[in-house]
Design a protein around this ligand. Structure first.
Ligand code: HEM
Length: 454
């Protein structure tokens, strides 16, 4: 089979020509980018090699390909983060090998499920702030942007539960600054930003300002009011690693960068899942009513207790189905450290390999009626029959998401609490369209109006 060739022109400044998103622009800059990728994958038998001027990108879409890259030959595939350095610095999500293991180890305990009970009141307190805000929106009837609403909720959860801090910054302002950098289809269009519906050229100054705001956040968080002086918080673990004389690599910069990583990887993804689930529920009122009925059956009229969270199983299934239909991280990128063979194709050292999780999530080979919203797919009996690696919202293998289980607790509680008091009504175009950036965003956002239940 002949490789595909995609034309691209070099861009200016910002190093964006290094970004894979930039290079994939001809494919992603389409009305429905995922349909295009799915059609190409079908045509090329699951492996799409793309030749660029001086390198090759290989798009992979089968569960067996993911298993090879993420699990059985994972050491041959290293992380690729060019273009996102300003967001993540040198945090563990970006590094490989022995150093990655060393950096991850002291943080691991913060994500053990036995910690979640301790986080529970802080997650609930963040949801309470959100409900107070929504009560005002319900009174004014104004239109709100749901991704911004859920991002700010997730950021407050991270600050309170993991850092033991009150949220010390205006999350709505920081959201807009972070989006300046990440919510672009490629790092070339970083030069364009949406201002009152118009795309305007961004000056380098705007980008620099956005990044300055972002870089100042960890220090602001560290200096903020400490909530409870808890002993075992993630922030304490990071500080202990910095203080360890046998761990010189874990310097103050590392602490700052790890915090930035959590404030982005732990917020944007969780927030998109919650926002997309509210969108899906607005289209499927029967599922919304089932969540309310489940909440009533489990905890009556009062707030859920920690021991009851596991019983909110339908709500959790709605979240899992949302991540199947709209996986926040829809593509996992690696660089081949050595030659390999995948799906009958030679992979050469230096190739960029992209696992398109979205495609397996939507494939009729692995899901009956794949475009249908059907949370029951995740009922334990049916989930057992699933083909391994056909569902990868949190990736797999040793580099799988550290916060996947926590995010599901966060979103289960948020859905239950918000939906028992409010009906969020989606007021955007039908159906909502996808904007395939680093994360799977809604094109133009997800506008909602909030109605309070009497
Ligand atoms: C719905 C929510 C979430 C989704 C879909 C998600 C998805 C992912 C994925 C796919 C990866 C692997 C990326 C790759 O291999 O290139 C990842 C890694 C990671 N995620 Fe998440 N994530 C979520 C929530 C969270 C939360 C709540 C946190 C922490 C508060 C978190 C922290 C991280 C970190 C630190 C890594 C890097 C782990 C490592 O490299 O060792 N994520 N996430």
């Amino acid at each position: 089979m002949a490789d595909m060739t995609v034309a691209y022109s070099p861009s200016h400044g910002l190093g964006e020509e290094q970004s894979i998103w930039f290079k994939l622009t001809p494919l992603l800059n389409q009305e429905n980018p995922m349909q295009v990728l799915m059609a190409l994958s079908e045509k090329y038998g699951g492996v799409i090699p793309i030749n660029l001027k001086n390198q090759r990108i290989v798009l992979l879409s089968e569960p067996a390909h993911a298993e090879r890259v993420l699990v059985s030959n994972a050491d041959n595939y290293t992380k690729y983060f060019d273009g996102l350095r300003p967001i993540f610095g040198k945090s563990m999500i970006t590094i490989d090998g022995a150093l990655w293991q060393k950096i991850r180890t002291p943080q691991q305990a913060a994500f053990h499920p036995n910690m979640f009970e301790e986080y529970f009141p802080y997650l609930m307190s963040a949801i309470d702030s959100k409900m107070a805000r929504w009560a005002k929106f319900a009174a004014t009837g104004e239109t709100i942007e749901m991704v911004e609403e859920t991002w700010t909720l997730a950021a407050e959860m991270v600050c309170k539960a993991l850092f033991d801090r009150e949220i010390p910054f205006n999350p709505h302002f920081v959201f807009s600054q972070v989006k300046t950098y990440t919510d672009v289809m490629n790092h070339k269009s970083i030069r364009l930003k949406n201002q009152r519906g118009e795309l305007v050229e961004m000056t380098g100054e705007d980008t620099a300002k956005a990044m300055e705001v972002w870089h100042s956040i960890p220090d602001t968080v560290m200096g903020a009011n400490i909530l409870e002086h808890r002993e075992k918080t993630l922030l304490k673990m990071l500080e202990a690693a910095e203080a360890d004389p046998d761990f010189p690599e874990f310097d103050h910069r590392q602490v700052i960068d790890e915090m930035k990583q959590y404030l982005w990887a732990g917020t944007e993804t969780t927030a998109l899942t919650l926002a997309w689930s509210l969108y899906l529920l607005s289209q499927h009122p029967e599922a919304l009513e089932r969540i309310r009925a489940e909440a009533r059956a489990v905890c009556g009229e009062r707030d859920p207790q920690w021991q009851e969270v596991q019983q909110l199983s339908y709500t959790r299934m709605v979240i899992q189905e949302t991540m199947r239909l709209f996986p926040p991280i829809w593509a996992l990128i690696r660089i081949a450290a050595g030659d390999d063979e995948i799906g009958g194709h030679k992979i050469k050292v230096g190739d960029k390999v992209v696992i398109l999780t979205y495609i397996a999530h939507h494939s009729p080979k692995y899901w009956t009626d794949p475009e249908k919203f059907d949370p029951e797919r995740f009922a334990p009996e049916r989930a057992k029959k699933r083909v391994k690696y056909s569902y990868l919202p949190f990736a797999a293998g040793k580099r799988a998401c550290i916060g996947g289980a926590l995010s599901q607790i966060e979103n289960t509680l948020a859905l239950v609490q918000l939906l028992r008091r409010f009906t969020p009504e989606y007021v955007g175009p039908q159906p909502a369209k996808i904007h395939a950036t680093v994360t799977l965003c809604p094109k133009g956002g997800l506008p909602f109006r909030i109605r309070a239940l009497s």
